[in-house]
Design a protein around this ligand. Structure first.
Ligand SMILES: Nc1nc2c(ncn2[C@@H]2O[C@H](COP(=O)(O)OP(=O)(O)OP(=O)(O)O)[C@@H](O)[C@H]2O)c(=O)[nH]1
Ligand SMILES: [Mg+2]
Ligand SMILES: [Zn+2]
Length: 299
């Protein structure tokens, strides 16, 4: 190995500042120049510049990469994640558009997606929330009902075994309970969060940066800030049609081999939408995403 180079794991990202774990020590790192293409979960090679600081020299090969994008730029969510938990709640109300976009991002990145319905203790909103997540269950995604507040032990016992041996990220809108769930899974997460908040931020209650917590040598969970948008401009039409799981059985059965599934005659996907076999809400999103993808020359 090159002299002075050490290997580390990126556990927090805040703008262009990164916290990197190296043999039990946490280093505050920057990248060279203006580059900010490092993500939480990245394995990096770095050079120490002081006892607690360093410069990231190289990003290790990634198994997976989750990211969002708009017309102009992309924003990395996390690298090397093996599963994604989309956290929704009975209250505040969640956006189906954002849930589906998250599912599409997971499919495109080759990451297993789950849905967690939190705050089942808010009983009057539960039936409506259940009805809405039923769509995703019908597509084959696992849906887990939990209550971080009223059933912390049952929630812990249900979620922890699914996390074992995996690197999992919790994503979702603000206020759904991602950090509350992380705190159940990682007993000292709260302390760790405050410690890092003091170093990198003002220590506000809402999560402002992505943070990886190691549970054991091969298990980690990642908390992330709530989002209000999930642009997927980087996905091509070909990636999109494959990322909508329910399109699968129809692909290759349209009249035209290069069917866009938008308004072509003899389109198997559109026929399934007409017959109610594919939710129109999902096809509307597909249409929107194809539009988004056409807005960019490609990444
Ligand atoms: N009633 C109820 N409230 C909960 C439950 N879980 C979390 N909450 C509350 O919901 C609020 C938001 O929880 P957080 O864990 O901060 O949500 P978050 O998803 O991390 O939000 P951001 O960091 O802003 O993205 C807090 O006031 C929690 O106490 C639950 O199971 N039931
Ligand atoms: Mg949070
Ligand atoms: Zn078609």
């Amino acid at each position: 190995m090159e002299q002075g180079i050490e290997q580390g794991l990126v556990i927090a990202a805040h703008g262009r500042h990164y916290l990197v774990q190296v043999d039990g020590v946490r280093l505050h790192c920057v990248t060279r120049g203006k580059k900010s293409d490092v993500a939480v979960g990245d394995r990096v090679a770095l050079r120490r510049t002081s006892a607690d600081q360093g410069v990231i020299e190289k990003i290790g090969e990634r198994k997976t990469l989750l990211y969002r994008s708009d017309q102009f730029k992309s924003k990395l969510l996390a690298a090397n994640v093996t599963q994604l938990f989309i956290v929704v709640a009975t209250e505040p109300s969640f956006s189906d558009d954002l849930v589906s976009r998250s599912l599409i991002a997971a499919e495109a990145a080759g990451v297993t997606a789950h849905i967690v319905l939190n705050k089942t203790d808010i009983a009057d909103q539960l039936p409506a929330a259940r009805e809405r997540v039923a769509l995703y269950a019908s597509l084959g995604y696992a849906v887990h009902e939990v209550s971080a507040r009223s059933a912390p032990e049952a929630t812990h016992d249900m979620l922890l075994p699914m996390m074992q041996g995996e690197t999992s990220i919790l994503i979702g809108q603000s206020g759904m309970g991602k950090s509350s769930l992380i705190n159940l899974l990682v007993p000292d997460a709260d302390i760790a969060t405050r410690e890092i908040s003091a170093a990198l931020d003002s220590g506000k209650h809402t999560t402002t940066f992505t943070r990886l917590y190691s549970i054991d040598a091969d298990t980690a969970v990642i908390d992330s800030p709530g989002f209000q948008e999930f642009g997927l401009y980087h996905l091509t039409e070909g990636m999109l049609e494959r990322a909508f799981r329910e399109f699968g059985p129809h692909l290759g059965h349209c009249r035209f081999y290069n069917c866009h599934h938008l308004n072509e005659p003899g389109c198997s996907v559109l026929t399934a939408v007409e017959h109610g076999e594919i939710a129109s809400q999902r096809h509307d999103l597909y249409r929107q995403l194809v539009h988004e993808s056409s807005q960019t020359p490609g990444y």
